[in-house]
Design a protein around this ligand. Structure first.
Ligand code: F6P
Length: 324
């Protein structure tokens, strides 16, 4: 392998730049050429390539977003689209690529590898932490800190007005952000897709909390939760069943994806980038770099996209006890 391409794909996440930097610098260190692809698979199809050297990634380790831009690309889902992408890579003498993204991006890499025998390597970049084969995805830690900081601020105003707040957080169809941020920010209840305890329990818990002398409360709601009600409907439901509460809603939205990466995400990105390049140079392919028990590990992409990291049941228990 003489030339490796790197790109970011799908929803951006803090730490992607640190991972790009690590891939580029590892290539420079090991004297392998490196090429950046702009706008993910879309840029691959269009040949939007720029050669990279160690200096191309100066001053980006601390930056949120991705300097290479990101996209969700429908054309790459078609055989013709993938053929165009392959032709572009061959024309640019690229021998392998590292994709930094989530499960959709990995699915694309997996099919591409099967169709063309092209060596691919994945680095899990998503705030959702929903990829099997790694305890942490890049950006999850930063997003958690962002969410906790936001909820701390909401708590100030909630407590000043004796209000109940429903705070919706991202996570697509998993509840890792909600559960961890809920515990970290001291939420009264956390509603996650993995565990639907029903609306009755929510009312009971809110009643209990009011009785015990709490004047304000925060309920963290994962965007994918399964109560069948969105945060605005939850507000109406609680207001009509428990008129003792003055309720407000806050949807944190895309601010959760932005911001300077935490030290944890920067270190993780640096470690993952080194391993991704080294593994390709060992002649291995179709793997995702992850971290488990603080060890950098490899998982076949086919397995990584099959499932999610399981929700931490111990943390659910801790969350329950903390609401006493
Ligand atoms: O996968 C990351 C994520 O931020 C999810 O948490 C969220 O559901 C989704 O992307 C939002 O996607 P978009 O940026 O396309 O609105």
């Amino acid at each position: 392998i003489k030339k490796i391409a790197v790109f970011t794909s799908g929803g951006d996440s803090p730490g992607m730049n640190a991972a790009i930097r690590s891939v580029v610098r590892t290539c420079a260190y090991l004297k392998v050429e490196c090429l950046a692809i702009y706008r993910g698979y879309q840029g691959m199809i269009e040949g939007d390539f720029v050669p990279m050297d160690a200096r191309s990634v100066n001053n980006i380790i601390n930056k949120g977003g991705t300097i290479l831009k990101s996209a969700r690309c429908d054309e790459f889902r078609t055989k013709e689209g993938r053929q165009k992408a392959y032709d572009q890579l061959v024309a640019a003498d690229v021998d392998a690529f590292v994709v930094i993204g989530g499960d959709g991006s990995f699915r694309g890499a997996q099919i591409f590898n099967e169709e063309f025998g092209f060596p691919v390597m994945g680095i899990p970049g998503t705030i959702d932490n929903d990829i099997f084969g790694t305890r942490f995805t890049l950006g999850f830690d930063t997003a958690l800190n962002t969410v906790v900081e936001a909820i701390d601020k909401i708590r100030d105003t909630a407590s000043s007005h004796n209000r109940l707040f429903f705070v919706e957080v991202m996570g697509r169809d998993v509840g890792h952000i909600a559960l961890n941020a809920g515990v970290g920010a001291g939420a009264e209840e956390v509603l996650i897709p993995e565990l639907d305890l029903g609306l009755e329990r929510l009312l009971e818990s809110l009643k209990r909390s009011k009785k015990s002398g709490k004047s304000s409360s925060i309920v963290v709601v994962a965007e994918g939760d399964k109560t069948g009600k969105n945060v605005f409907e939850l507000k109406e439901y609680v207001e009509s069943h428990l008129p003792i509460y003055d309720v407000r809603v806050s949807v944190l939205g895309h601010m959760q994806r932005g911001g300077s990466p935490s030290c944890f995400d920067r270190v993780l990105a640096s470690r993952m980038g080194v391993k991704a390049v080294e593994t390709l140079l060992e002649g291995k392919s179709n793997l995702m770099v992850g971290i488990i028990d603080n060890e950098i590990v490899l998982t076949p992409i086919s397995e990584a996209i099959k499932g999610h990291t399981k929700i931490d049941h111990e943390l659910i228990r801790v969350s329950d006890i903390m609401t006493t």
